[in-house]
Unconditional design. Structure first.
Length: 395
């Protein structure tokens, strides 16, 4: 069930072109997490005297030469689960924990307000879960979540202030939201196997009457936006991050609900993210699976469907976890791990059911306009020698 690509085997030297320090630690992986951005402009500069910081030289394409695995899963609203069940950190997600924990980095979309404050806004569906939901995800091996979606501010400004307080307490790294636009567009960064992995998240789906006050801005709390009026700010965040990481992923909330093929807007945003420097672009919102495959050398997953969700149909309960293997900018391969949502939580499939789940996902590749293998020029270190072509499989 592994999708592979041809790669050039070479001699990978020790790379020390650029180093960025980061705070926090992960004792098991001997790695570090950050949630910060860097300014390249001196705020004290004037019209007469302008000081700028030289842009860092982009890291070598293959970085340390070591592979890293990243697991991406879909929407987690926790709707329908009692507080006691949500707080059951040892049991709620025990079935999927081996899949999420096996990856070096695992990520999901928390599609709900987090906390207890505020009042539900005037929209059809509103979700809110206690902070203990993040503990359940942590116990299942999830490393980082995005809340850049159309439910992150379901309980208004007061509820969102509670969410930001929980974020500041560090229960779980949360990206895509912040006290202002700088924090909302800030990346999650983790170093694994000598490779720096950076992830940015943004939302393209807003309640029509709430776009302005849900969107983070200077001095204004909110969500990182991918909408057309803000997409250049998102693209610039990707460009700024590109030279400082070995592998760059963007997690978007976009698309049309219940559709299994991406719309034109999704394809437009993917093109923009790739041109800005993304190696991986994944997304959710449709509550259906949409195609996974390569666009040039980059990997795209238009729709990861649901993860912890009250879906009323078989199509909404068919989902999975995407596990990507990357060596720097080179995507070595990916695995689709099919799951079935049972009693609102993901349960991995096996045997014939798993085979059918992979085939169903493969069938969505064509309408997504993606390829089963990389079609670009590829990536290799400048120090790599000419060697026979080999096949490297994803985890």
């Amino acid at each position: 069930m592994t999708r592979t690509r041809q790669v050039i085997a070479g001699i990978i030297g020790v790379i020390a072109l650029f180093s960025v320090g980061c705070s926090g630690s992960d004792s098991e992986l001997k790695s570090s997490d950050t949630n910060s951005t860097e300014s390249t402009t001196d705020p004290s500069s004037t019209a007469e005297t302008t000081k700028t910081t030289a842009q860092p030289k982009e890291l070598a394409p293959l970085g340390s030469g070591e592979a890293v695995t990243i697991a991406f899963a879909g929407d987690a609203s926790f709707e329908g689960l009692s507080t006691s069940v949500v707080s059951n950190t040892t049991g709620l997600l025990s079935a999927i924990e081996p899949v999420m924990s096996a990856a070096d980095i695992s990520m999901v979309n928390v599609e709900t307000a987090v906390g207890t404050g505020g009042t539900a806004v005037n929209k059809e569906f509103t979700f809110q879960v206690p902070a203990e939901a993040l503990d359940s995800l942590d116990a299942a091996g999830v490393d980082v979540v995005t809340m850049a979606n159309n439910h992150g501010m379901d309980f208004g400004k007061e509820g969102f202030a509670d969410t930001l307080r929980i974020k500041s307490e560090g229960k779980m790294p949360i990206i895509g939201i912040g006290k202002d636009d700088t924090e909302a567009y800030a990346p999650y960064i983790k170093e694994v196997n000598g490779q720096r992995i950076g992830i940015i998240a943004a939302n393209d789906i807003y309640p029509s009457s709430m776009v302005t006050w849900w969107t983070a801005a200077p001095g204004v709390p909110g969500i990182a936006s991918a909408e057309e009026a803000y997409q250049e700010q998102l693209a610039q965040a990707v460009r700024d991050l590109r030279p400082t990481v070995n592998t760059l992923a963007v997690y978007l909330h976009f698309g049309t609900e219940k559709e299994t093929c991406p719309n034109a807007r999704q394809k437009e945003l993917v093109d923009l993210m790739i041109s800005a420097g993304a190696d991986i672009v994944v997304g959710t919102h449709a509550h259906r699976l949409q195609g996974i495959g390569y666009q040039g050398d980059q990997l795209v997953a238009f729709g990861l469907s649901n993860f912890i969700f009250k879906a009323p149909s078989a199509a909404g309960n068919a989902s999975g976890v995407l596990v990507v293997t990357a060596t720097g900018r080179r995507i070595d391969g990916y695995d689709w791990k099919p799951v079935q949502i049972q009693n609102l939580v993901p349960v991995p499939l096996s045997g014939a059911a798993a085979t059918a789940g992979v085939a169903a996902m493969d069938a969505l590749q064509s309408c997504a306009g993606l390829s089963p293998t990389a079609t670009g020029p590829g990536f290799e270190d400048s120090a790599a020698s000419s060697s026979p072509t080999t096949t490297k499989k994803g985890k």
